[in-house]
Write a protein that binds this ligand. Sequence first.
Ligand code: SF4
Length: 369
Amino acid sequence: MNPYLDAFREAAPARALSRRIRELTARLPAERRSFRIMEVCGSHTMAIARYALRDLLPPDLELLSGPGCPVCVTDPGYLDAAIELARRGVRVFTFGDLLRAPGSRASLADARAEGADIAVCYSPLDAVAAARAAPDRPAVFLAVGFETTVAPILAAAAAAEREGLSNFTLLTAFKRIPPALEALAADPALGVDAFLLPAHVSAIIGAAAYEPFVQTFRRPCVIAGFEPLDILYGIEGLLRQAVEGVARVENQYNRVATSGGNARAQRLLAEWLAPEDAAWRGLGVIPGSGWRLREERAAFDAARRFALEMRSGRAHPGCRCGDVLRGALRPRNCPLFGAVCRPENPIGPCMVSSEGSCAAALRYEVGER
Ligand code: SF4
């Protein structure tokens, strides 16, 4: 039991922080219409909704949920490719969040219901174990995630490599957070004033990894943990910077994240991956925002092994996930929210994932019925 857990949720410091946030907001330049803070972390999105943190903030302070859910930002074309693979008889392994995310015409769950061999696992090592147990059958792990998830997936692939398991491969759709921040900050229509930076991603890449972004785009940034007080402290830090007229990276999650990050994980990433352009749902193709397997690791690339053509997919015409993921639309303003689109009948990935903005809004802000 974490001895600090109760403190992270105590009412008195939350009220004090709420007052401080209101004071700081009142000191912002008068011509500013509102101050817009974006979080790019699905766990922040869920915590903000779950603890009703917006209720503690002044009305001229907006919290926008950005593209912090890896399942949500994955292009439907990736899911189409994974489904095609499974329908060819290849065993496919995935984390549970991806199972019901809609591809262009179907989800992995639909394909599984039709008989495709798709297994949900809690660790990529489960897929390695399956490859070991049946060496004659290919096993493909759906490798989707930000820096946090990439490291353990590569650790599993490295274990397969050490064992000489030639039937284990990855279908990759890895994403990098810093290039996405640049794309968001460069979009004048979004008007993001400051960024609440993700905790776990920062534990891997380190606080210093954001310095080039802050130097270029001059936006206050704070790395914050997931507890309610972490997030309120983070917001207070962002406002403090804005009032002082400065922009820097503050690390309020230094109980886990360091300036340099996790050197071992970074070595693994560098050994296995090279940056590439990647398509994000809602944001389009962002230069250098993805990772491909290096040439020397091509044997682990399922797309190559199975000659899969990766094409851009089509979302449901009424789904506004793209706008939700850019912070341009609140989930409840999607015409399908809560009526047509619900967790048991998701039209878009933001309603599927446990970190999705629409799922969070329906569950905690509207009250799931
Ligand atoms: S409510 Fe459903 S359809 Fe609308 S944006 Fe959210 S996930 Fe997409």
